[in-house]
Ligand binder design. Structure first.
Ligand SMILES: Nc1ncnc2c1ncn2[C@@H]1O[C@H](COP(=O)(O)OP(=O)(O)OP(=O)(O)O)[C@@H](O)[C@H]1O
Ligand code: SF4
Ligand SMILES: [Mg+2]
Length: 371
């Protein structure tokens, strides 16, 4: 057994014999390789073309602690995620409920402190920033939440909510505040007489416009949109998406757009990231990912989208089994318990997240793992 531990990888000429694998040792070796890769990447300068560059980001929630406060078990909500977004682009993040989309968005904004990893925003690594260091960046990095009902203070008027945000961050002189707020409201399709009204007087779509105006009023360059249309009727969804696109063009905004609705993501995104159990399974240009999804999980997700062309038959790939718990993810490839293409290697060794073709990354043993 000891011999296997020290020599767990057979040479290229040898047959793979998985019966000899010691999973714990293999896992420890994988972690070591990942950490080494992370250390190597850490030293690299940020990409000057990217407004946001995320490297090996992890966010683990501690579930159990010892009486001295040492973590005993944790939930890997975001587990070694890396990607870049260029200014003016939209990265759509998709994946089933609980795969870590919201946690990733919040960790990027430092609303959750990252467990480890780097988050370069406009060239500066903000991952280790405390709240005082983050304060000047709060205007530049904003978030729009899913639920427009609970995310607005009920006792303030629309004008009050928007003016307060602009006032705190000293966006314009006090004398110009009202005119400025009215101009932002106008951009978001809100009539000027709404200024004196309260959030409960509005519909869901109008409230989401107010939330977008609140994000916009501090003049951000990057907005995390966390399921911004999921709580709205389909007809209203289109209006809000169109508003986000119009504002993006006018202000050269960059969005991280989280949604479980693939048709919405397809409509608004330039790039797509597909997450499963806290990990990025595939990432790349929208066209490449939709025309040629490489990862079996992406293929299964996309096969569930109704095709508007009745002549094109798309075979639905049904995934068996439930999503495993992120507190106890499967060894090897996290998707192997549900993957229709799983091989023996998949349950032992995690595939490397690699650039398969320019700008198209995938983590799967079906694609070359070596450089
Ligand atoms: N504060 C927290 N403490 C402990 N676990 C958390 C916390 N927040 C989220 N989680 C867990 O982290 C995992 C990822 O949750 P997250 O909300 O990021 O998923 P999601 O992809 O946004 O899901 P949904 O599509 O349902 O919004 C889940 O298992 C969730 O239970
Ligand atoms: S690595 Fe294996 S289990 Fe994972 S997605 Fe690829 S084929 Fe499926
Ligand atoms: Mg969420």
């Amino acid at each position: 057994m000891e011999e296997n531990k020290n020599n767990a990888m057979p040479s290229e000429e040898q047959e793979w014999d998985f019966s000899t694998f010691d999973d714990a040792a293999e896992h420890a070796r994988e972690v070591e390789i990942m950490e080494e890769q992370s250390r190597e990447d850490q030293a690299l300068p940020p990409d000057p073309d990217a407004i946001l560059e995320v490297r090996h980001l992890k966010k683990y929630f501690t579930l159990k602690k010892t009486i001295t406060g040492k973590p005993l078990s944790s939930l890997k909500a975001v587990d070694d995620v890396s990607f870049k977004i260029k200014r003016g682009e939209t990265l759509g993040i998709v994946g089933e409920s609980g795969c870590g989309k919201t946690t990733m968005g919040r960790t990027i904004l430092n609303l959750y402190h990252p467990t480890s990893g780097q988050v370069f925003f406009e060239g500066t690594d903000v991952a280790g920033f405390n709240s005082a260091q983050m304060r000047p960046l709060r205007t530049k990095m904003q978030i729009v939440f899913q639920d427009p009902y609970s995310s607005l203070p009920p006792r303030s008027t629309v004008g009050g909510i928007l003016a307060e945000a602009a006032k705190i961050h000293k966006i314009v002189p006090k004398s110009e505040l009202k005119d400025y707020v009215l101009s932002v409201m106008d951009k978001c399709g809100l009539r000027d007489y709404y200024y004196e009204r309260y959030p409960h007087e509005f519909s869901g779509g109008q409230r989401q416009r107010i939330c977008i105006a609140r994000a916009l009023v501090v003049n951000p360059s990057f907005i995390v949109c966390d399921e911004p249309v999921s709580a709205l009727d389909v007809s209203i969804q289109a209006q809000i998406i169109n508003l986000l696109r119009k504002l993006q063009k006018e202000r050269h905004l960059t969005y991280l757009f989280i949604s479980h609705d693939l048709s919405v993501v397809k409509h608004i995104s330039d790039k797509i990231g597909v997450m499963y159990l806290g990990s990025m399974m595939e990432y790349g240009d929208k066209k490449r990912i939709f025309d040629n999804p490489l990862h079996p999980y992406t293929q299964a997700l996309f096969s569930a989208v109704p095709n508007p062309n009745p002549d094109e038959k798309v075979e639905r790939i049904l995934l068996s089994g439930d999503i495993p718990s992120p507190a106890n993810p499967p060894m090897g490839c996290k998707f192997h318990t549900r993957c229709p293409r799983a091989m023996e290697i998949c349950s032992h060794i995690a595939p490397v997240y690699k650039e398969y073709e320019e700008g198209h990354f995938v983590a799967c043993h079906c694609y070359p793992q070596e450089d």
